[in-house]
Design a binder for this molecule. Structure first.
Ligand SMILES: Cc1cc2nc3c(=O)[nH]c(=O)nc-3n(C[C@H](O)[C@H](O)[C@H](O)COP(=O)(O)OP(=O)(O)OC[C@H]3O[C@@H](n4cnc5c(N)ncnc54)[C@H](O)[C@@H]3O)c2cc1C
Length: 341
């Protein structure tokens, strides 16, 4: 194994959780690499506008992710564009298998996020962020006093339909069956909400619009009858799957394949942490994922400090970005305070 593939911290996934973990791990002077199979930013890279990240009133999702990556890299985090295919424990270390060879790590932070199930219909992919959304909490506010539709019949669809009525004039819940799957209490609330209409036994077959969603094509699954309906937004809640398929049975997961962690983002496997949408009970937001990533990085730092007390800190000379006199003084102070192997 090349020395240059041996890291203190390997982060799997470059969404908000992974990038936040990267800022903290690298800033803690741990040799850190973030492995990303696609686009930095994860789900947020698809988002036109993020308006609920504290401290930033409004920002394009891709730009927010780039800022996070540049911040982490400025502290020495490396980024490798590879796909992780497996993880194994080798003694006290972890081996992370990728499309471009193996990496070893003292600690692994798993932030591979989740993908929303898609309808797979014409117009859906093209209009994501332009009226097609998988997160009403994120996007409902953009549709104030407009008409929207919600697709699905489970708890997520009901919760998000109810939330969307805070902004929209009317919400039509389109469901392919003639009864809902969601919990009784949410069904009661949805039925009692006079802004919500229901379209039963119906599927959406096309999302219409060029620059923005203008409508949908619908099909009655019992009669086969087709129709069109004008709408400004289509919120789709037909399930979500975390990106944990390559993990085998390494750590406990819930029935939806989300990783079970404690409040420090620790799994029962020492040195293996999980954060963001990939974990059980995530709030599935940028801010909550960032918080998780930070927590996991701090927990990983504690773990490495205890388990590998002689581990060298990442060489200050590598931090070429920290060139100013203030940074130099801070480094000297830190070097005095931190015992070196
Ligand atoms: C359209 C849309 C709009 C949204 N808008 C908002 C909003 O306005 N505000 C808000 O707070 N939240 C919003 N969200 C939710 C928010 O984006 C997510 O909660 C957040 O991105 C989760 O961060 P994460 O880092 O846990 O995972 P993700 O963002 O899912 O990132 C995971 C990363 O891991 C990578 N990965 C997966 N598997 C592998 C592998 N095997 N090897 C290497 N890399 C891998 C993926 O490519 C991805 O880049 C939105 C979500 C969507 C889909």
């Amino acid at each position: 194994m090349n020395d240059d593939r041996q890291y203190d911290v390997v982060i799997i996934g470059g969404g908000p959780a992974g990038l936040a973990a990267g800022v903290y791990a690298a800033r803690g002077r741990r040799k850190t690499v973030l492995l990303e199979k696609g686009v930095i930013g994860g789900q947020i890279a698809l988002t036109e506008l993020v308006e609920n990240y504290p401290g930033i009133k409004s920002i394009n999702g891709f730009d927010l992710a780039q800022e996070m990556m540049q911040q982490a890299e400025s502290y020495g985090m490396e980024t490798a564009y590879v796909e992780v295919s497996g993880i194994e424990q080798t003694g006290d270390l972890w081996t992370v298998r990728t499309s471009d060879g193996d990496y070893t790590a003292k600690a692994v932070i798993m932030t591979a996020g989740a993908d929303y199930n898609k309808l797979g219909i014409p117009g859906e992919e093209e209009l994501i962020g332009k009226g097609v959304s998988y997160c009403a909490t994120c996007d409902a506010a953009f549709f104030k006093e407009m008409e929207t539709i919600v697709v699905g019949g489970g708890d997520a669809a009901l919760e998000e339909a109810i939330f969307t009525t805070r902004y929209a004039n009317k919400v039509t819940l389109v469901h392919r069956r003639d009864e809902l799957r969601g919990s009784a209490i949410l069904q009661e609330r949805a039925f009692a909400n006079d802004k919500i209409d229901f379209k039963w036994d119906t599927v959406v077959t096309d999302v219409l619009g060029d620059e923005h969603v203008t409508g949908v094509k619908l099909k009655d699954v019992k009669t086969g009858e087709e129709s069109e309906m004008a709408t400004s937004a289509v919120f789709i809640f037909i399930g979500q799957h975390p990106n944990t398929d390559f993990m085998g049975d390494l750590v406990p997961m819930d029935k939806g394949q989300h990783i079970v962690v404690d409040e420090w983002m620790r799994t029962p496997q020492p040195g293996f942490f999980a954060a963001g949408d990939v974990r059980q009970n995530s709030a599935r937001q940028v801010a909550s994922s960032v918080g998780d990533g930070v927590t996991a990085a701090i927990a990983a730092e504690h773990y490495i400090g205890e388990k590998f007390p002689d581990a060298e800190l990442h060489s200050a000379e590598d931090d070429a970005h920290l060139g100013g006199p203030r940074a130099q003084a801070m480094r000297e102070k830190a070097d005095e305070a931190l015992p070196r192997a």
